[in-house]
Design a protein around this ligand. Structure first.
Ligand SMILES: [Zn+2]
Length: 258
């Protein structure tokens, strides 16, 4: 998944005192509302209310495994400091789904002095209460596969203007989609669960051998991606099973690779 906004301003990076030992960042108000990086679901809210101390925190998780710089992963992230009025405006509640590119969170002053979004990512699902207190008193996200850096969870998009100020460091190891494509090769022993019908063909233009129906899982000995990804987001690939190639068009937003 990719960063969705056109502008990124990190005013408190991973070295900010309130972030030490966690992997959190503060995104400044000038980025405007945060656009969802992928289709995400609200899985927890905390400290919801209109008092100045309420942080109106929200935990989001992706609906499917997402292509991240660390491979196909479910990604969970926590945002804090939205104002209650915006929380209400976005209709946030457990189970609400935001589609990729939709406004999913807004900067605010809930529980903080200056308007920003505190954000931290983890791989896997939310674990336990979704966070825990570190020895230095800071809080960090709790997920089944552990916390991760923002540059490990999302790809940066070309053309995004990145403002560097405050605690932001140049050593954020952003990766771009070109690298995403080149790593899509030679997966082995992979389960594919498709969200829509998936036609398996003898060749790219060949007859349909059979159709993998929605929600079913197919186990291939290996999957090979044929570059590049088409403009419509589909990509041809073939899965090898019992020595036979099965060609299919993948919509990378609609598959789970496990
Ligand atoms: Zn913060």
């Amino acid at each position: 998944m990719e960063y969705s906004n056109d502008y990124l301003k990190i005013t408190g990076g991973i070295n900010a005192s309130s972030h030490l030992k966690s992997k959190a960042n503060d995104l400044a108000y000038t980025i405007g509302s945060l656009l969802a990086f992928a289709d995400v679901k609200v899985v927890k809210t905390y400290s919801v209310g209109s008092n100045s101390s309420n942080t109106n925190s929200v935990w989001f998780t992706t609906l499917t495994s997402e292509n991240t710089p660390k491979g196909f992963k479910q990604v969970t992230f926590r945002c804090a400091h939205m104002n209650y009025a915006d929380f209400k405006k976005l209709g946030i509640k457990i189970g609400k789904i935001f589609k990729r590119g939709e406004v999913c969170y807004m900067p605010g002053t809930g529980g903080t002095k200056y308007s920003h979004i505190h954000i931290e990512f983890g791989f896997g699902k939310i674990k336990g209460s979704g966070w825990y207190k570190l020895s230095n008193g800071n809080w960090t996200i709790s997920t089944t596969q552990g916390s991760c850096h923002i540059w490990e969870a999302i790809y940066m998009r070309k053309g995004v203007e990145i403002a560097k100020l405050g605690d932001y460091r140049d050593d954020y190891a952003w990766q771009y989609k070109k690298e995403l494509q080149s790593q899509l090769t030679d997966l082995t022993k992979v389960n594919v669960t498709y969200k829509k019908g998936l036609n398996l063909r003898k060749s790219i233009q060949g007859n349909v051998i059979r159709t993998l129906s929605c929600g079913n899982t197919e186990i291939f000995d290996s999957i090979h991606f044929l570059l590049p990804i088409a403009k419509d987001g589909f990509q041809w690939a073939y899965g090898v099973k019992n020595g036979i190639n099965h060609y299919f068009q993948l919509d990378l937003k609609c598959i789970n690779l496990i």
